[in-house]
Design a protein around this ligand. Structure first.
Ligand code: H79
Length: 440
């Protein structure tokens, strides 16, 4: 088969080599949003719960730095067990883990000499979560990476405040700032952003670093961060949000400084995308753990279908869970990961190590992934047709065999010129997605 889209050259040869070491075949990652906000669950003194994201509580409840510090000083996820987290991920078929080492609130989940606003120095918990989780993940054979908010830090008056909807909030968070105070982003990067990234790459065994919300980033700032990562960890992957939000073209001058494209938050691919990419999805409407106000979880079927569509478009799904303030994983997230994991145990061949759908169209009954040699198509039947048959047209070659991954039994098929018809049993053979493997 020929590929549907030409290979975008949105990558350097170095980036391609780095990705090939593990990233392109991984397909399934766990994203983790964990921090002070996890304990608030989306509400502070009755405020803020109308907003989607619980990790934004400092902004949505308009908390001053002092108020947020008081919550941070009590943060004590005493039931945190890194090995339990890593084993749960591993058992669900997850291949890599990316956790918030510092979100926009500025609070670090690792020991830092640069700022005492970190879990070891500022809380009764005193343990370094990034250290414990990186080691536990590697023991399980999982790749490990950290999220770092490089452009936004609500605790630092010098970092630009990035939320137009909350104009003026900078002064609410930092009421003691003089009226004529002007944030100086380069001063923030020099004082905290860059030295903390240096600590992360020096002190932790990182396979990936995940930057976010690149407002006000420019080539000089991107270079500072990227060069720092490359200097200590030449194999560590860098996502495109060091400079770019995931939509539209990235200027060629930035290519050497990141390795792969993160598409939009919770975006399920439908547009033309780079050959390989990653979709940051979540099990729920928030990223951080949220119980207050509006919030919902995906059903297992929705979750699996979103995952399959991302993989069939050639991407990795980085599916987020928000652990609870006590340090335990959210049981709903564990259940949803488990549903994907159970399905993967039977159908994993149609996911790991595959490439995107080479055909022109996404069929109405589901989606398609392909083997790397282009000789096998995996037909993912997401919507069971009443006609008890599915068809594919405009095929460039002739099918030689077909079987169900669910039970290994042969599938009934017939081909007339470029049209293939598969006659299905009365009911699906796998929950949520029955896969037909067709060899050509
Ligand atoms: O870390 C997760 C998000 O917190 C972060 N990216 C993912 C991976 C992110 N930062 N900014 N944004 C996403 C987009 C901004 C959304 C907002 Fe809002 C709309 C911020 C203010 C208005 C959500 C709704 C939070 C407050 C209101």
């Amino acid at each position: 088969f020929e590929y549907r889209f030409s290979d975008d050259l949105e990558q350097t040869a170095d980036s391609i080599e780095r990705q090939k070491k593990w990233f392109r075949d991984a397909k399934f990652g766990a994203f983790i949003h964990f921090g002070v906000y996890s304990a608030l669950e989306g509400e502070y003194e009755g405020r803020g719960s109308q907003h989607r994201y619980s990790e934004w509580i400092q902004v949505s409840a308009k908390m001053t730095a002092d108020e947020y510090h008081q919550v941070a000083a009590k943060f004590n996820p005493s039931e945190f067990d890194a090995d339990e987290w890593a084993k749960t991920f591993k058992d669900s078929g997850i291949r890599y883990v990316v956790i918030t080492s510092k979100h926009h609130d500025g609070f670090a989940l690792f020991k830092s000499m640069v700022s005492d606003y970190n879990i070891v120095d500022y809380t009764p918990f005193k343990r370094d979560i990034i250290k414990e989780l990186s080691e536990a993940c590697h023991r399980q054979g999982l790749k490990f990476g950290v999220y770092y908010s490089q452009a936004q830090d609500w605790d630092e008056p010098d970092a630009p405040f990035i939320a137009p909807r909350f104009d003026g909030l900078h002064k609410v968070i930092h009421p003691d700032l003089p009226d004529d105070f002007e944030p100086d982003m380069d001063r923030y990067i020099a004082k905290k952003g860059l030295p903390q990234v240096e600590e992360l790459v020096k002190n932790y065994d990182l396979d990936l670093i995940w930057f976010d919300t690149p407002r006000d980033m420019n080539l000089e700032r991107v270079k500072l961060y990227s060069d720092m990562v490359r200097k200590y960890r030449p194999d560590c992957l860098i996502n495109s949000r060091i400079i770019h939000s995931g939509k539209g073209k990235i200027e060629a001058s930035y290519l050497p400084y990141y390795d792969y494209v993160s598409i939009g938050d919770k975006e399920v691919p439908t547009r033309k995308l780079p050959l390989y990419f990653e979709s940051p999805d979540s099990v729920s409407s928030s990223f951080g753990y949220k119980t207050k106000g509006n919030c919902y979880y995906h059903t297992p079927e929705e979750m699996l279908h979103r995952f399959v569509h991302t993989v069939c478009a050639g991407g990795n799904a980085l599916i987020n869970n928000g652990p609870m303030g006590n340090g335990k994983l959210d049981p709903e997230a564990v259940r949803l990961y488990g549903a994907i994991g159970d399905w993967l145990e039977v159908n994993g061949e149609s996911i790991y190590g595959t490439v995107r759908n080479p055909l022109e169209q996404r069929p109405e009954w589901g989606d398609i992934s392909a083997s790397k040699d282009g000789k096998t198509l995996y037909l993912h039947i997401l919507h069971w047709p009443e006609s008890e048959a599915i068809s594919l047209s405009d095929l460039p070659s002739v099918a030689t065999s077909a079987s169900y991954l669910a039970n290994g039994e042969k599938a009934k098929f017939s081909q007339q010129e470029d049209s293939l018809k598969i006659t299905l049993p009365a009911k699906p053979l796998s929950e949520y997605d029955t896969v037909v493997k067709v060899n050509f």
